[in-house]
Design a binder for this molecule. Structure first.
Ligand SMILES: O=P(O)(O)OP(=O)(O)OP(=O)(O)OC[C@H]1O[C@@H](n2cnc3c(O)ncnc32)[C@H](O)[C@@H]1O
Ligand SMILES: [Mg+2]
Length: 201
């Protein structure tokens, strides 16, 4: 089976890529499988910049094709925050519960109709001796007043998906993969996929 490295240390993301790419007959390895690999500082100001940074650094490190995901939540009432700072919104520990608590506190006075938000995902595919390919996907929703659901990761328990009538964390893995920002970004690689997979190294 063809193997692809996803440059992420986030177990939730890694699992989603495992399911999404298994359908394409691809086995996913994440950086969690390579405990000694270096950390990449996310110094970019956009999701795309950070995805390129992570993918290119790791493609150089591994000497092979690497895909990176930089993603996050943009809340309109907060001027687009937490945005590219989603992982560390409440501190360096990357604590999902603390991040959720901070968002809910900041939105305390904001009525439901003004709690519009979207998840963003930028995917960068870095290949030795080729130009890096970048695609982006989004998913629209609302921020709930309290967390609901046990599935997924990150901000999923407070992200309400109107078309499903549930929070992202109440969706099954298959349902989330049917509508997520990550799946939407990956779908944009569809046409190039065979070329990426066969010529990437
Ligand atoms: O950089 P890597 O190692 O991939 O892992 P990370 O967790 O730091 O990932 P990002 O820098 O892309 O930050 C994304 C954050 O945005 C949030 N996020 C992204 N996608 C999400 C999703 O599908 N559901 C819920 N929250 C998500 C979550 O808090 C992530 O930690
Ligand atoms: Mg990160």
């Amino acid at each position: 089976m063809k193997e692809v490295i996803i440059a992420t240390k986030n177990a939730g993301k890694a699992k989603e890529f495992q399911t999404l790419l298994a359908k394409k007959g691809v086995e996913v390895k994440s950086l969690l499988d390579f405990p000694h690999c270096p950390d990449v500082e996310e110094t970019g100001h956009t999701f795309a910049e950070n995805a390129i940074l992570k993918a290119e650094t790791m493609a150089e490190y591994f000497h092979t094709m690497v895909i990176a995901d930089d993603s996050g939540l943009s809340i309109d009432a907060l001027g687009g925050r937490p945005g590219v700072y989603s992982a560390r919104y409440a501190g360096e520990e990357k604590d999902d519960q603390a991040n959720i608590a901070k968002v809910l506190e900041e939105l305390k006075e904001v009525p439901l109709e003004k709690r519009t938000a979207r998840f963003h995902c930028a995917l960068a595919v870095a290949m030795p001796h080729r130009r890096t390919v970048v695609v982006e996907g989004t998913c629209e929703g609302y921020i709930t007043e309290e967390p609901r659901g046990e599935n997924g990761f990150g901000y999923d328990p407070i992200f309400y998906v109107p078309q499903k009538g549930k929070t992202m964390a109440e969706l099954t893995k298959e349902e989330k993969n049917g509508i997520s920002h990550r799946a939407n970004a990956l779908a944009k690689l569809e046409k190039q996929w065979n070329e990426i997979i066969n010529n990437g190294e």
